[in-house]
Design a protein around this ligand. Structure first.
Ligand SMILES: [Cu+2]
Length: 171
């Protein structure tokens, strides 16, 4: 711990030199893996933190055996963006470029590709994606498999991996 703190101070002192050029402040965010990640706060020129994590799992869902298409604009369209607890890690809106805000987990089309685009490196789970979407499987039997392998328990806590084919079968 002491080592991490001294490392943190070292980076802070480097960044405080940078802050001479107009940065307002520094936010320290601790990721779930307890690695410290330093994110520069907004200044006059930079309106948002950079996206440093960008992966694309693929998601498919079957309800009673019928394939169900994953809607586009999850985590972008307000009607498909129910949980806002992770918004700070997503893309912030840039009105001057006509770009709307996005949750760190979102879809652009109905192909099933989930975009994980985050300002910090952290594990994102399938449950977090479903919460943003607003899907709730309470009382349903849910079977999850990844890359057509054998079913895995605890679909909600499954960590989304790049290029993984996640299949949910709901009954
Ligand atoms: Cu993407």
């Amino acid at each position: 711990m002491a080592k991490k703190v001294s490392k943190a101070l070292e980076i802070l002192s480097i960044l405080s030199v940078v802050s001479m050029s107009g940065l307002i402040g520094i936010i320290i965010t601790t990721t779930m893996q307890s690695n410290s990640v330093f994110v520069l706060a907004r200044d006059d020129n930079v309106d948002m933190n950079p996206i440093i994590m960008h992966i694309h799992p693929h998601f498919s869902i079957f309800v009673n055996g019928t394939s169900f298409s994953v809607p586009e604009q999850i985590g972008i369209d307000p009607s498909l963006w129910k949980d806002h607890s992770l918004d700070e890690f997503g893309m912030q809106s840039m009105p001057e470029m006509s770009m709307s805000a996005m949750a760190p987990l979102h879809t652009h089309d109905n192909s099933g590709i989930v975009h994980v685009e985050s300002t910090i490196n952290r594990n994102y789970t399938l449950g977090e994606f479903l919460d943003i979407w607003g899907l709730n499987f309470d009382g349903k039997a849910v079977k999850m498999s990844v890359d057509d392998d054998k079913p895995l328990p605890d679909f909600r806590n499954h960590i989304l991996g790049d290029g993984k084919q996640i299949k949910l079968e709901v009954q």
